[in-house]
Design a protein around this ligand. Structure first.
Ligand code: PEP
Length: 248
């Protein structure tokens, strides 16, 4: 059985006032039938992780450096995230790739660093609108999987999120058939490379997931959950998405 994971990416949103959303989520979803993960800004990880200790809500980072420590002003290492109480880290999000020039090679090194610190890597891949229009979605995603994922990927240490860049924060989503095609392709690619472990790696869909479309997306084969941006900021919306996943 693959893990089912509802993951929230708060991006650069949230201050201590937002801790109340975590309280609400813990109240309404004390023991959901799927895993829940919130990745807040780094400033909130320690407080949230402390609040969520012994609860069914995991806390993660949104990025880490590939080095364990050193002269990297403004960066944060995987070991620091783990020390703050994080269990996961999102890597290679398209906003990191666009805003900070992150390459697949960097994502691969970051993934290794995450594992070394005992974190689960949530590695993001996805095509731009132009790449989809050109019909190159599968080669693009395949190339990202090949060069972003190191040897040693297992169902326990890695989650892969398919996030079409053009669907993030836009309210637009691929059709269910398009999601199915990419997830089927990713599954086959991971199985070919990692065998049984590839068959067990959870595959998330991300890009404008909301309470109104979550159930139909979770009904797609090989969709094991979602990476949710905007709709993860409010406990009520994220909770509804968790409910849809738990019921899938
Ligand atoms: C994301 O940031 O990973 C994301 C999927 O955002 P949104 O749900 O807002 O499209």
């Amino acid at each position: 059985m693959r893990r089912k994971l509802a993951a929230g990416n708060w991006k650069m949103n949230g201050t201590t006032a937002s801790l109340s959303e975590i309280e609400k989520l813990l109240e309404t979803h004390p023991d959901p039938a799927c895993e829940m993960l919130i990745c807040p800004p780094a400033t909130l990880i320690a407080q949230m992780a402390w609040r969520c200790r012994n609860k069914h809500l995991k806390i993660g980072g949104q990025d880490c450096h590939w080095a364990a420590s050193g002269a990297h002003t403004g960066d944060i290492s995987a070991a620091m995230l783990a020390d703050a109480g994080a269990s996961h880290v999102i890597l290679g999000h398209s906003e990191r790739r666009t805003d900070h020039g992150e390459t697949d090679a960097m994502v691969l090194e970051k993934t290794r660093a995450a594992w070394a610190a005992g974190l689960i890597a949530v590695v993001c891949v996805g095509e731009t609108e132009r790449q989809r229009d050109l019909g190159t979605t599968l080669p693009v995603v395949g190339g990202q999987l090949d060069t972003s994922l190191p040897e040693g990927c297992t169902a326990a240490n890695t989650v892969v999120a398919y996030e079409p860049v053009w669907a993030i924060g836009t309210g637009r989503t691929p059709t269910l058939d398009e999601i199915a095609e990419v997830h089927r392709f990713m599954r086959a690619t991971l199985v070919e490379r990692f065998g049984d472990e590839g068959a067990g790696i959870a595959l998330l869909y991300g890009g404008s997931v909301k309470p109104s479309n979550a159930a139909e997306i979770f009904a797609v084969a090989d969709v094991d959950g979602a990476l949710v941006g905007g709709a993860s900021l409010k406990a009520a919306d994220f909770g509804a998405i968790v409910d849809a996943l738990a019921a899938a």
